[in-house]
Design a protein around this ligand. Structure first.
Ligand code: BGC
Length: 769
């Protein structure tokens, strides 16, 4: 763990330079705007530990698969959203000595991420080898209001006497990925040059052929006004402008850089250069302070709809805002081709591509804090990839339009290459179906089922129907050779969660079909015809639902995670030597597989998704059995446990899990934040408060609330959007109020009442859970 980030309600602050932890801080202070984003790399040259990372949504390279032992069916490549142009670069010589924080004497250093206004700041005072001291104040933004642009301001002040500065401001397309299976370079530079006073570079990704053009404007001002460019440097994929200046004692040199980065994903290739110029021209009317105001306004609109306030607990407050901030920096939802990588734009791990995390963890956050189109676009992403999912299943021997969505993908093709996950962690199909249900339950947009949802649901049901087999021995259907969400078990038979979600998918698909038959007869008829869906096939699905096997222990009255689970030595995690943890870094894989230890919610994931199917007693029995065996070595684990613990009234546990999920990155709980942030689990943190502590659900198309107050907090307030209404819910020790700050009335259920809350009205409830 690292606990040096200062607690503050709106800011993330690091008040000292820790070169050994620089990669951690580069992740923590990462900024982005949904279209692009960047680790908090320094503007000036830095020879110390650093992971250069600047990413463009959707721009990926298919890195050829590298495995020890090839298995039939493995994908050819792993798609990676790759490190792209360095536009922030400033090479600075002070009296001929290079400004490099690894080589100078650091007098003071501070980094600040201002979440309220969407601005990254860094200030430091350093002494160079010749004794000269300089102060730097750097501010950087990825514009939320103009997502193809970003800007920075870098002020350098001479503290001890006159200094001679040589400054090179550059734009570099010749960048590498740290993660490259065959040490390949992923970009090929196409052109570079000058465009008026500006510089540009354009480059193309190898194999995928995405073209990117960036135009950079640099403005350098000293005490006597604008400083002219001394020299322009042009190399392959690299352009720079060099300036020379003398800065008198106490005077400041101000460098401003603005960049436009446009890609062939969004514009015709032949227009890229013109569009980049246009984007920068659009910013011309504004000075840096005005750009900051625009940024602040754009962030205010986000906070107005999605802020959570926690009273009396600054660490918790900072953490939830950090999670909300990062989620909004990663995905803004206007483009159905984009998705949410587990690390967003903050690192290379997981390749910036899509996992089941989106459907299982992120959808609820976007549903409640953004317009319905945002979550709908996440569903459309999978819908558009349905043909590829059918192809994927066909490759693995399935037929009749069965679909297996990939475990890891960017374009619909499977990228994961470990057989126990690629071929066996098939529960991801269940989360994709569940997300459709979740979306429709929250928004009431049943049309989505008819227009898109049923195609996906039918294809998924066809997969499950073929993936189970009849066991003559059990006289039931079974599902063999799977990996559940708990990846510390591989190739097991009858993973309860997978069987349960499969059965639920079949039920939900049949229910949607019955509904379509009743209320959308034309759509139903055309669907049946187009997909050649017979009554016999649907009857078979029902037969599977009625006869699917679920491992169960009569003695404990619990569902078993998989066949044979009780053969394991059931020693609670608490009794493990702390030096043995995390087990994924300390134990051999076979030892992990044989152990009873659970990486993340597995059976309990099913209880979370399908909670209305189980009473609280049943949930409590399962929680008490499985949680003590869970090591939570996936970032996705604590949030589900927090929600279930809150439901069961295990307040202390819920709070402990809350802190663990909320401050996972800020305090580096898993010692892996240097790779990048755990973006998808951040949506889980939000769920912990809204679904966990506030007990928010949607029941029968109505919003249901049943809040509790963790004793560590004086109160909390959150905003949600529900079916056209914006609600502000404030909880404190006396109860809670629900304020409808929109003009749309909304039907609400609480533990004791059921009422309509008119627009601009508020309701006080004195009873907490
Ligand atoms: C988890 C998966 C998750 C992936 C990406 C893994 O460690 O076990 O459930 O999809 O990380 O977040």
């Amino acid at each position: 763990m690292k606990t040096y980030i200062k607690h503050d309600p709106w800011q993330i602050i690091e008040d000292q330079f820790r070169p050994d932890h620089n990669e951690f801080s580069e992740s923590i202070f990462a900024i982005g705007n949904g279209r692009m984003g960047q680790r908090a790399n320094f503007e000036e040259y830095f020879s110390g530990k650093s992971l250069q990372g600047s990413y463009l949504a959707g721009i990926y390279y298919p890195d050829k698969t590298r495995v020890g032992w090839w298995k039939n069916g493995y994908p050819e490549y792993f798609a990676k959203v790759i490190n792209s142009f360095n536009w922030i670069g400033l090479d600075i010589l002070v009296n001929g000595q290079r400004l490099d924080l690894a080589k100078v004497n650091i007098r003071s250093f501070e980094r600040r991420l201002d979440m309220r206004h969407g601005v990254l700041q860094r200030s430091f005072v350093v002494q160079l080898p010749d004794g000269a001291e300089v102060k730097v104040d750097a501010t950087r933004m990825y514009h939320l209001f103009a997502s193809e642009t970003a800007s920075l301001q870098y002020k350098l002040q001479a503290l001890t006497g006159d200094i001679a500065i040589e400054l090179t401001s550059f734009l570099d397309a010749e960048v590498l990925n740290r993660d490259s299976n065959y040490d390949e370079k992923f970009w090929e530079s196409l052109a570079q040059g000058q465009q008026g006073d500006n510089l540009f570079v354009s480059s193309r990704t190898k194999k995928t052929g995405f073209e990117v053009c960036a135009e950079l404007e640099t403005l350098v001002t000293g005490a006597a006004g604008v400083i002219e460019v001394g020299q322009t440097i042009s190399e392959n994929g690299y352009m720079a402008q060099r300036y020379r200046a003398t800065v008198g004692r106490s005077q400041t040199l101000c460098i401003e850089k603005r960049v436009a980065i446009v890609t062939s994903e969004n514009h015709a290739v032949e227009k890229l250069k013109t569009v980049a110029t246009e984007r920068l021209t659009e910013l011309r009317a504004f000075d840096f302070d005005q750009l900051k105001e625009k940024q602040s306004k754009a962030w205010k609109a986000i906070w107005d709809e999605s802020d959570i306030e926690i009273l009396g607990d600054i660490a918790a407050q900072q953490a939830i805002r950090y999670n909300i901030f990062q989620l909004n920096q990663t995905y803004t939802g206007e483009d159905a081709r984009l998705n949410i990588g587990p690390k967003g734009f903050t690192g290379e791990k997981y390749g910036g591509v899509t996992y089941w995390d989106t459907e299982a963890y992120c959808i609820p956050f976007y549903l409640a804090t953004q317009s319905p189109e945002v979550a709908r676009n996440l569903l459309l992403y999978r819908y558009q990839q349905l043909d590829k999912a059918i192809e994927n299943a066909t490759k693995l021997g399935f037929g009749n339009g069965a679909a297996l969505f990939p475990m890891v993908t960017i374009n619909g093709e499977e990228c994961h290459n470990e057989w126990e996950i690629t071929f066996e962690e098939i529960h991801r199909n269940g989360a994709i179906a569940f997300a459709i249900y979740n979306y429709v339950r929250y928004t009431g947009d049943t049309d989505y089922i008819w227009s898109h949802g049923l195609d996906v649901l039918i294809a998924i049901s066809r997969f499950w129907a073929q993936r189970v087999n009849w066991s003559a021995d059990k006289q039931q259907f079974v599902m063999l050779g799977v990996t559940g969400p708990n990846e510390y078990e591989n190739n097991v038979n009858n993973n309860w969660y997978t069987n349960r979600i499969a059965s639920w998918c079949l039920e939900y698909t049949l229910a949607c079909l019955r509904n379509a038959e009743r209320s959308q007869s034309a759509i139903f008829a055309s669907l049946v015809d187009r997909l050649k869906l017979t009554a016999e096939e649907q009857n078979h699905w029902q037969h599977i639902i009625d006869n699917l096997y679920f491992p169960y222990d009569e003695k404990r009255k619990i569902f078993l995670q998989q066949d044979g689970f009780l053969d394991k030595e059931l020693i609670p995690v608490q009794e493990l030597d702390p030096l043995q943890r995390p087990i994924n870094q300390k134990w051999s894989w076979d030892r992990i597989l044989r152990s009873c230890y659970i990486k993340q919610a597995d059976v309990l994931q099913g209880f979370y998704f399908l909670e209305e199917h189980f009473g609280d007693d049943t949930l409590a029995r399962h929680f008490d059995f499985y949680e003590p065996l869970t090591v939570h070595e996936s970032s996705l684990s604590p949030c589900v446990h927090a929600i279930l613990a809150a439901k069961l009234g295990k307040t202390a546990k819920a709070y402990e899990f809350y802190l663990r999920t909320a401050r996972l990155d800020l305090d580096d709980y898993n010692n892996d934040t240097d790779d990048g942030l755990h973006i998808t689990s951040m949506a889980g943190t939000w769920m912990t408060i809204v679904e966990g502590f506030a007990g928010m659900r949607v029941k029968d198309g109505q919003l249901y609330l049943n809040p509790m107050l963790p004793p560590e907090w004086e109160g909390y307030k959150f905003r949600i959007l529900f079916r056209g209404a914006t609600l502000l819910i404030a909880v404190d020790a006396d109860g809670y109020t629900i304020e409808n700050i929109s003009d749309t009335s909304v039907h609400i259920q609480t533990a004791t009442e059921d009422f309509v809350l008119a627009g601009q009205d508020r309701k006080q409830v004195s009873q907490l859970r």
